[in-house]
Design a protein around this ligand. Structure first.
Ligand code: URA
Length: 223
């Protein structure tokens, strides 16, 4: 690609490198493109790298503590998130808050939450590989800027998109994986727990309780 082609794929309205908006998934977004989460947020709200942009009310970037040691990565925004611009604010988010509270962690103080895809897929379908690939550089930049020690990957899409591990979530939940020098824990997606409310030993909710205690212990051991 020549420099000219590359430039024509950006909307360089005020000629400042950091304000170039990537308007095409062919334009790579390199590591260290962004200095702040606000810059990512601004670009994502104007991004056209995939067709999810068409129905976007708000791009959903993240919420929580920018200095958090724990980052939680979900799949993609739902209706409530698209409306508010904040991740995990619907029923799944309320359950996630409760799960964290059960080990004395606050979503806002102790974690930073983001998603693989920043825009809501129609009918809340699973994002396609193309959409994930187009959006992933934004997430990689978020991870670089937040610099978490622990990453919780909620559900199989999140695990596969970050680590490449395609195993079912029932097989890998609760196991620490190392990815780029960071400790990652695959956990059930809260929406799966909403569909499986039993708390019997061995049930998804019971397993989540084991996993979140393991996360709490690991965090304490790192301090
Ligand atoms: N599910 C997700 O994966 N992310 C959200 O932000 C909300 C629901």
């Amino acid at each position: 690609m020549t420099n000219n082609t590359q430039l024509s794929l950006f909307d360089n309205s005020n000629n400042h490198q950091n304000d170039f908006i990537p308007t095409d998934a062919k334009v790579p977004i390199l590591s260290a493109t962004y200095q702040t989460i606000e810059q990512i947020e601004k670009h994502c709200n104007q991004c056209q790298r995939c067709s999810l942009a068409e129905n976007r009310t708000h791009a959903v970037i993240g919420r929580g503590n920018l200095q958090a040691k724990i980052m939680i990565i979900g799949e993609a925004p739902g209706k409530n998130e698209d409306e508010t611009g904040l991740p995990f604010v619907g029923r799944s988010g309320q359950l996630l808050d409760k799960i964290l509270e059960s080990v004395n962690l606050s979503t806002e103080k102790d974690t930073y939450i983001a998603n693989i895809c920043k825009c809501r897929p129609p009918e809340n379908r699973v994002p396609t590989n193309e959409e994930i690939t187009a959006c992933k550089p934004y997430l990689l930049e978020q991870i670089r800027l937040i610099d978490p020690k622990i990453i919780l990957l909620t559900g199989a899409t999140s695990v596969k998109s970050i680590t490449g591990d395609k195993r079912a979530i029932t097989k890998i939940r609760g196991q620490w994986l190392e990815w780029q020098g960071r400790l990652c824990m695959p956990i059930f997606h809260p929406s799966y727990l909403l569909r499986n409310p039993s708390k019997e030993p061995g049930s998804p909710k019971w397993l989540m309780w084991q996993d979140i205690q393991e996360v709490r212990n690991k965090l304490d051991s790192l301090r």
